[in-house]
Design a protein around this ligand. Structure first.
Ligand code: KG4
Ligand code: ZN
Length: 349
């Protein structure tokens, strides 16, 4: 749509952006006003728990059911009417196609109906730019910084030179780190998603009780499929000897798995710092909620002189506040999407 159509909206001093996220199994909506989040609503789909992982068909169906009430609630909590919105930002990708389509079609229709601009957002850029949400007691990272995105779907280290000037310098060649947590948890009989439970049981366990190998790949690349297999073989072997092995050693097993993963992530960060000379590190994605990685990064501040940025928990896991902040940054540049913009399961920046 030509820019002049939006002139009345663009003339407004106070901009309110609605962010919509539907790339995986969370339906989320948030409203941002001048860098501050007014509302951040997430409906997590519990239906997948019984299947031990996200079922794409069920995810898109649940998004369809959730999206209207979630957006409604986000507007209500922000205490604004939809007619006050300046633009709508939505996750274009990457993610599950069926899930993305729900958010994309909904956002397009709403923006068209309200006569306001539409802004497409890259989910992975959003995990990184979530650090620019104005948060009490936190300062945003300075450019350039290294962003490590660790989630159930992604594991990568990105060199961030400016808001939209990003270069992926390392990534996983197979599973994501969240999958390593979740799959190990499943082997231990824990429900999906098991990452937070591994973290919980690890608190009281001995991290050196059992040793798991760290996969050998390029210095900035990650591999997690081998870890899952070694956990499986180890547990099978020990259970044959003692059927109560898991129950008797759950805390030590979880602590040892977590120790291996955290040490591996820290090794990769050290390699990235060595390669780039950048010591400001920002983490994002669901796994950044993990207490082990948070502690290791805080320790690295004193040990190596790094500056670590760890987002507030609600901005770590999939959320729409991070979509809204990217929306606001793009809105300031008048960087709008065409009305025929399509969802994209795979995206590169
Ligand atoms: O970012 P996110 O909400 O969704 C994706 O984009 O994937 O990340 C979800 C992932 C899951 O694998 C979940 O088990 C993991 O983050 N996770 C954790 C913790 N909290 C969430 N993993 C380890 N420790 C945690 N405390
Ligand atoms: Zn994510």
């Amino acid at each position: 749509m030509p820019l002049y159509k939006y002139l009345p909206v663009l003339a407004q001093k106070n901009c309110y952006i609605l962010g919509i996220e539907s790339s995986c199994d969370d339906t989320a909506a948030a409203v941002i006003n001048n860098g501050r989040i007014l509302s951040n609503v997430v409906a997590t789909q519990e239906i997948h728990e019984q299947f031990g992982g996200v079922v794409p068909e069920l995810a898109s169906r649940a998004h369809q059911q959730n999206i209207v009430p979630v957006v409604h609630q986000a507007l209500q909590k922000a205490n604004i009417d939809k007619n006050q919105l300046s633009a709508i930002a939505f996750t274009r990708g990457p993610g599950l196609m069926g899930s993305l389509l729900v958010g994309t079609s909904f956002s397009k229709s709403l923006a068209f109906g309200l006569g306001i601009p539409l802004i497409d957002v890259d989910h992975l850029q959003a995990h990184i730019l979530a650090h620019f949400i104005k948060t009490e007691g936190q300062t945003p990272p300075n450019f350039p910084f290294l962003a490590m995105t660790i989630s159930g779907g992604h594991t990568q280290i990105v060199k961030v030179s400016n808001y939209f000037e990003m270069e992926v310098i390392g990534q996983t060649i197979d599973d994501a780190v969240g999958e390593a947590f979740d799959k190990s948890a499943k082997i231990l009989g824990l429900p999906y998603p098991g990452g937070p439970l591994v973290d919980k049981f690890a608190q009281n366990g001995n991290p050196k009780a059992f040793k798991f190998p760290k996969p050998k790949v390029g210095p900035l690349d990650f591999s997690f499929s081998g870890l899952k297999t070694s956990v499986l073989y180890f547990v099978e072997k020990e259970t044959q000897k003692n059927s109560g092995f898991i129950a008797e050693n759950l805390e030590d097993i979880c602590a040892s798995i977590q120790f291996t993963i955290v040490e591996y992530l820290m090794d990769k960060l050290k390699n990235a710092v060595k390669k780039t000379g950048i010591t400001e590190i920002a983490i994002g994605g669901g796994v950044s909620a993990n207490s082990g990685i948070r502690k290791a990064l805080r320790e690295a501040e004193t040990k190596y002189g790094w500056k670590a940025h760890i987002p507030q928990f609600e901005f770590c896991t999939d959320n729409a506040a991070m979509i809204a902040i990217v929306g606001e940054l793009k809105y300031k540049d008048r960087n709008f999407a065409e009305s025929n913009v399509m969802a994209s399961a795979r995206m590169k920046f």
